[in-house]
Design a protein around this ligand. Structure first.
Ligand code: ZN
Length: 229
């Protein structure tokens, strides 16, 4: 099995650039716009795999979410995640987008990562910027939704992806708003992360709501009010 070391860092940057260049006018662009996050696409350099790099054929047709790092240069992209946006998974028979929780991804992963890549934090910019607070959310699209609402946010793929060396990056904040999805797994995420982070503050957006859905339905101001920021 290939490991993280097999792919030179500069290849990750090249892959990120290639997929970002294939985003405009793609199904990925439509999908992201439907989630209300179109305005963030450029900042997060979202991409689409219409033509893949060699070895990336299994990611064809997927939305690409790069993990960007403030250092830039060859270290600008540390990994890529690929989200399924196939019509048969994310749309109803009439061609309308389903709510994300009603999407059906059968026989394949909704998200695919690069082989051998360990879990990492998504969007680490907020961790080096002065702020009394930061949001810790699940995955990538929720932190992006929080940033769209003007609230700095970092994401982790899930509670089992947490690594001890992530913890020190959060200790300097007065408050870490921990926001899992409004379901059993999400609430477990919130509870466990608040146990790990002494400055963690659990935020429950309500049954069935994650940051993306909440901000789409109630708006950015309502989200900030919920956090009190
Ligand atoms: Zn799928």
């Amino acid at each position: 099995m290939p490991t993280q070391q097999d792919l030179p860092k500069s290849d990750l940057v090249a892959a990120g650039k290639l997929y970002s260049s294939q985003y405009a006018g793609s199904r990925a662009e439509q999908y992201v716009a439907n989630r209300g996050l179109g305005g963030e696409a450029a900042k997060f350099k979202l991409g689409f795999v219409s033509k893949s790099m060699v070895g990336h054929e299994r990611y064809l047709g997927r939305l690409v979410i790069p993990y960007l790092r403030p250092a830039g240069g060859d270290a600008a992209v540390t990994t890529l995640r690929f989200r399924c946006i196939a019509d048969e998974c994310v749309k109803d028979p009439n061609g309308s987008f389903l709510q994300p929780e009603h999407e059906k991804h059968e026989g394949h992963g909704k998200y695919l990562g690069l082989p051998g890549h360990r879990p990492q934090l998504f969007n680490t910019w907020p961790l080096i910027r002065p702020s009394p607070y930061v949001v810790l959310g699940e995955g990538e699209l929720d932190p992006i939704a929080s940033e769209a609402a003007g609230v700095p946010a970092t994401g982790v793929p899930g509670v089992t992806s947490w690594r001890e060396h992530f913890t020190p990056a959060f200790v300097g904040f007065e408050t870490v708003f921990v926001i899992g999805d409004g379901d059993t797994a999400g609430r477990k995420f919130t509870e466990e992360m608040c146990e790990r982070l002494p400055n963690g503050k659990p935020i429950d957006l309500g049954d069935g709501y994650d940051i993306n859905r909440f901000t789409q339905q109630y708006g950015h101001e309502a989200y900030r009010q919920k956090l009190g920021v």
